[in-house]
Design a protein around this ligand. Structure first.
Ligand code: 9WN
Length: 512
């Protein structure tokens, strides 16, 4: 056969070369495409439509996935966030992109007025941010990002630059936010804990008079289905709390100001004393928020070691925090951790009252609502063995149904009165909490269970087009698609080792 005949024959046999049938892209490629589409040049938006700015804990989760595609981008993601840190050490929950129109997201920069209302707390002048915080996943993310490419990290001085900022962040939480006086950090707004409309907040929020509906305009309903989102009543209360905090200058401590903020050596003895305060009527100690602080404290110890210190003081602090978590939030009868509502107990202007309250045992009341937040401490490498075993049973039991009626743990109790499989944090399964549980199961050597969650994350992320959250029974996509942390954490599980490993690199060993 001559050349022309060959080509003609090939064309007839293989017109696939000219009109290829669709070949399904791999999950890796699809996840990478989401992260590329959401990348702004210096950070990644959670969603192009619903959340067009940089969010704090989203960026930490996103960096954890991004490290497999571009360690440089992952470092940049965290550096951009940390550039917006306040002088008092807080990392704001949103860093606004000035080129996005004001009405694209509510509350917008003109609501928060960070550079004026937050001046006394050291808000940056050149970038606009919110004034509240989100869970401290950042040191953990920085450590994992470093480990993805230690050569690049060292060459860029990544850890040397981020360490003092992360240390100041933890100092802020442990000094300014220990509103219960028992050593744990409190959140002063549901958005701070990240699970905005969890039924856990219903009781503490019921004390708050909602801002009138006509005083603000929700932008989320332009992009998300109303039945999947928080109600107008919830929003009215979110707005009231944020307004009061802003109008009090975002002040947490008795002294205001930000002398406890940036600075400090690698070992970072906390120094100073507990400071009471908090402007609003909402103050809650949450298990996931504090478990992430503890995991991040272990990660900071790893970073300190990499930078030439011992890290011992940080591990010791993480252990003290773990003990406080158990003392204040563990409910042995229910077999899980609960939130503690500090009620008015935190709202004292007098440090003497705080010491009194402290001496009299834990202040406030446990909130008897089962949230996935109460399972997240499974992440901690040194949780006592009996608590780990009990948590596992609770996760698999009728309230969460993990591995039985659900493949991914629901955000809230399947049997709870407030359960709703589609409404945001009142039932749907989320990918970040599933990732944390998967890592926790692996930390404790629960390989088969971890494998099952991993497979479910990968399947459901792919099938839902990287949805923000899914119906825990059916896997039906809810909220936004092309969601940043869903893509990033699926990518991370695709690439991460599957043998037993402690996420922070610190094994410690179970106690008890
Ligand atoms: C308020 C960005 C954020 C997440 C939160 C999630 C949702 C914001 C909102 O979106 O909260 O911060 O407008 O509902 O609840 O966890 O960080 O993805």
């Amino acid at each position: 056969m001559d050349r022309t005949a060959q080509l003609t024959a090939r064309r007839i046999e293989r017109d696939i070369a000219y009109d290829p049938p669709p070949v399904a892209d791999s999950l890796h490629v699809r996840a990478a495409r989401v992260l590329e589409a959401n990348w702004t040049g210096t950070s990644t938006v959670p969603s192009r439509s619903l959340y067009p700015h940089q969010w704090s804990w989203d960026s930490a989760f996103i960096a954890i996935g991004l490290r497999h595609l571009s360690p440089l981008r992952a470092q940049t993601e965290l550096e951009t966030l940390l550039d917006a840190q306040w002088g008092d050490g807080r990392i704001p929950h949103i860093v606004f992109n000035p080129s996005v129109p004001l009405d694209a997201y509510f509350p917008s920069p003109d609501f928060w007025r960070s550079s004026t209302a937050g001046r006394a707390a050291g808000a940056p002048r050149t970038v606009q941010t919110s004034g509240i915080v989100q869970p401290p996943v950042h040191a953990l993310a920085a450590w994992l990002v470093h480990r993805a490419d230690p050569g690049l990290s060292r060459a860029r001085g990544f850890l040397t630059r981020v360490y003092p900022r992360l240390a100041a962040w933890h100092r802020y939480l442990l000094h300014r936010r220990d509103l219960g006086g028992g050593g744990l950090a409190s959140v002063v707004h549901p958005w701070e804990q990240g699970m905005d409309n969890s039924p856990c907040w219903d009781a503490p929020l019921s004390r708050i008079t909602p801002a009138p509906a006509r005083s603000f305009r929700r932008a989320d309903l332009d992009h998300g289905a109303a039945e999947d989102r928080p109600t107008d009543l919830d929003y009215g209360r979110y707005v009231r709390l944020a307004t009061e905090y802003r109008d009090a200058g975002y002040r947490d401590g008795l002294g205001g100001g930000y002398e406890a903020g940036l600075g400090g050596g690698y070992e970072d003895g906390l120094g100073g004393g507990h400071e009471a305060g908090g402007a609003g009527d909402f103050a809650v100690e949450d298990p996931a928020f504090n478990a992430l602080l503890i995991a991040s404290e272990h990660a900071l110890a790893g970073i300190a070691r990499e930078l030439g210190a011992t890290g011992t003081a940080r591990h010791a602090r993480a252990e003290r925090l773990t003990a406080a978590l158990i003392e204040r939030l563990w409910d042995p009868a229910e077999g899980m951790f609960f939130c503690r509502d500090l009620g008015d107990a935190h709202d004292t202007r007098d440090a003497h009252d705080v010491r009194e309250a402290r001496a009299g045992g834990p202040t406030g009341e446990l909130i008897p609502e089962r949230s996935v937040s109460g399972l997240i401490p499974l992440l901690l490498p040194t949780l006592p063995r009996d608590i780990t075993a009990t948590l596992l049973r609770t996760a698999q039991g009728p309230h969460f149904g993990l591995g039985d009626t659900t493949r991914l743990a629901p955000s809230y109790d399947l049997l709870g009165e407030a359960f709703d499989p589609h409404r945001y944090w009142r039932g749907p399964a989320w990918f970040n909490t599933s990732w944390l549980l998967e890592r926790g199961l692996r930390t404790h050597g629960e390989r088969e269970r971890a494998d099952a969650v991993r497979t479910a994350v990968l399947d459901l992320a792919a099938a839902s087009d990287f949805a923000e959250y899914v119906d825990p029974y059916t896997g039906e996509a809810c909220g936004a698609t092309g969601f940043g942390w869903t893509a990033a954490l699926a990518l991370d599980l695709l690439h991460s080792e599957t043998e037993a490993t402690a996420i922070t690199g610190f094994k410690g060993g179970n106690r008890g």
